[in-house]
Design a protein around this ligand. Structure first.
Ligand SMILES: C[S@@+](CC[C@H](N)C(=O)[O-])C[C@H]1O[C@@H](n2cnc3c(N)ncnc32)[C@H](O)[C@@H]1O
Ligand SMILES: [Zn+2]
Length: 209
């Protein structure tokens, strides 16, 4: 983690099977349940409302102008281990993959189906007006540009996947955001295994210089 202890969310986690390989590492770690975060300043927001979305099910919309950089809402829910998330949702992978999970760290997953707030209804967009920011294990949704009232909020889920994942399983994560630059999927641009190889090569070349 960078010195600021803040990192961009690269693992919005809505799925189980495709992330299983990564989670195996976590299972070896000292996983434990962490008490739910209480009393968040960002539990609700007067800037947004939740209603039907053209993208999928419910979505979250601006009801007031939102300035770029505004911290809008915290992604709240029960804080559980990766193993517990797998236990709860292993079957979902064969279904439609819909869950309210978000990876907050290598140890903690937030399950917003328990004590979750409106943040759980923010849909994925390939042309996002928001991003998820992880700060000291907590996840916040922030505006990355000015947002007009009536606009649907969206951030790039960047769901993690492996190059060895079953294409049929990956097809479950097709995107319907409707953006001109829609990449057709809620999955991250590259599989995690490829990202790791690249990162390793980068570290190696840095050591040489
Ligand atoms: C955290 S929920 C978002 C709220 C959701 N619309 C609902 O009513 O529950 C995430 C799920 O919404 C759906 N979803 C979100 N963004 C989508 C998109 N751009 N295209 C297709 N489905 C999307 C997928 O089923 C995804 O697993
Ligand atoms: Zn899209």
């Amino acid at each position: 983690m960078p010195a600021t202890n803040t990192r961009r969310a690269s693992a919005r986690r809505d799925r189980t099977s495709a992330t299983r390989a990564t989670e195996k590492t976590n299972k070896k770690a000292n996983v434990r349940r962490v008490a739910a975060v209480r009393g968040s300043r960002y539990a609700t927001s007067p800037l947004i409302e939740t209603r039907r979305s053209r993208i999928h099910g419910l979505g979250v919309y601006a009801i007031a102008p939102i300035k770029k950089g505004t911290r809008i809402i915290e992604y709240l829910g029960e804080r559980i281990s990766h193993a517990e998330a797998d236990r709860r949702y292993a079957r979902k992978a064969n279904d439609d993959g819909h869950t309210f999970l978000f990876i907050a760290s290598s140890r903690t997953v937030i399950d917003a189906s328990v004590n979750g707030n409106d943040a759980r209804f923010i849909n994925h967009s390939c042309d996002p007006n928001c991003e998820a920011v992880i700060e000291r294990g907590r996840v916040y949704i922030e505006a990355i540009r000015d947002i007009e009232p009536g606009e649907e909020l969206g951030y790039d889920y960047q769901l993690t996947w492996e190059s060895t994942d079953d294409p049929e399983d990956l097809a479950l994560y097709a995107c319907r955001c409707g953006a001109k630059n829609c990449r057709g999927t809620m999955l991250d641009k590259e599989p995690v295994d490829k990202q790791k190889v690249k990162q390793k090569a980068k570290r190696k070349s840095k050591r040489k210089t």
